[in-house]
Design a protein around this ligand. Structure first.
Ligand code: FAD
Length: 302
């Protein structure tokens, strides 16, 4: 059996695997797609110590770093079941069952898409999902935020300090964000809120030049000219495959303590699949290191 089996090969999983292997213990990593979300990222400007890099390049260097150690890498393999017996069992889609003394879950998350024409076409060409990452790219420009929940309104407040103008498009007739956030939003001079707005299309040529929506009250279509669109309608953790014994929030995020431990002894978690409040590369790498050290601590005590 493994001492530490990492499930997920993004920044959190790669970090956890390296930290575990450096303890000289038997380490494996299973990933559906090594690299994770950064494979879909163009420019990265907030990975501290590296002024600029690109997602696939960072993913390649994560893989190179992992390969420096004696780590069993199982890429293109999806985990479908976790069960705690004497050891912890992870069953893969291909039917193989891996056994380990500890497991680190780092299966990440995915942004919910609006699924309108133009969204996929203009991804990284004006369509963005992460204001902390891509906000500065739109300095002085006009943007829209789709979604009036907490994340949408937080994004709009954040962006209003950087960009020229922000339009918030909310599908329903009320914003669902906390009232303190709404008060702050409405106090800003360069923000417009449009409710009852159903986004129908993201327009552009080589990059985004506007957004179309239907006013659900009047059923009229409108078009706004702008340069950027932030989709903020939810980040979904990849945790559906886990049984109920691994405790999660209402949103499906795995609940961890400050050692990265979950509700199941010997099972740890790190990165975007957890209830950590900020989902960033550098944060997920830090929590991967924490989970690996937590797992090592657990091994020497049990
Ligand atoms: P992920 O990167 O999501 O990796 C999850 C891993 O688990 C993958 O290998 C996946 O294949 C695997 N997996 C999932 N389910 C299973 C399963 N059942 N079995 C086996 N493996 C599984 N952050 C920044 O700091 N700066 C940026 O500039 C930035 N830009 C971004 C741009 C975009 C378009 C996106 C989508 C995200 C961006 N982020 C950025 C966020 C950043 O990518 C994430 O915070 C980070 O990748 C989280 O790392 P993770 O390892 O927790 O999860």
């Amino acid at each position: 059996p493994f001492d530490v089996l990492v499930v997920g090969g993004g920044p959190a999983g790669a970090s956890a695997a390296v930290y575990a292997a450096r303890k000289g213990i038997r380490t494996g990593i299973v990933a559906e797609r090594f690299g994770g979300q950064i494979m879909d990222t163009l420019g990265i400007e907030n990975f501290i110590g590296t002024k600029y890099t690109e997602g696939p390049k960072l993913a390649a260097s994560l893989e190179e770093h992992v390969k420096e150690y004696d780590i069993d890498i199982m890429n293109l393999q999806r985990a479908k079941r976790l069960e705690k017996k004497d050891l912890i069992e992870i069953e893969l889609e291909n039917g193989a069952v891996l056994k380990s003394k500890t497991v680190i879950l780092s299966t990440g998350a995915r942004w919910r898409n609006v699924n309108v024409p133009g969204e996929a076409e203009f991804k990284n060409k004006g369509v963005a999902y992460c204001p902390h990452c891509d906000g500065p790219l739109f300095a002085g420009k006009r943007v829209a935020v789709i979604g009036g929940g907490n994340s949408g309104v937080e994004a709009a407040i954040d962006l209003a300090g950087i960009v020229k103008h922000v339009t918030v498009l909310e599908f329903s007739d009320v914003l669902r964000a906390d009232s303190v956030l709404q008060d702050r939003l409405y106090s800003l001079p360069n923000v417009t809120v449009i409710k009852n707005a159903q986004t129908t299309e993201i327009t552009g040529n080589d990059k985004v030049n506007g957004i179309s929506y239907i006013d659900r009250e009047t059923e009229q279509t409108h078009h706004i000219e702008l340069e950027g669109i932030f989709v903020q309608i939810g980040l979904v953790p990849n945790t559906d495959w886990l049984g109920s014994e691994v405790e999660r929030t209402r949103m499906g995020e795995i609940i961890v303590d400050k050692h990265g431990s979950t509700s199941v002894p010997g099972v740890f978690a790190a990165g975007d699949c957890t209830d950590a409040p900020y989902k960033q590369i550098i944060v997920s790498m830090g929590s991967g290191a924490t989970a690996a050290l937590g797992a090592f601590d657990y091994l020497i005590r049990n």
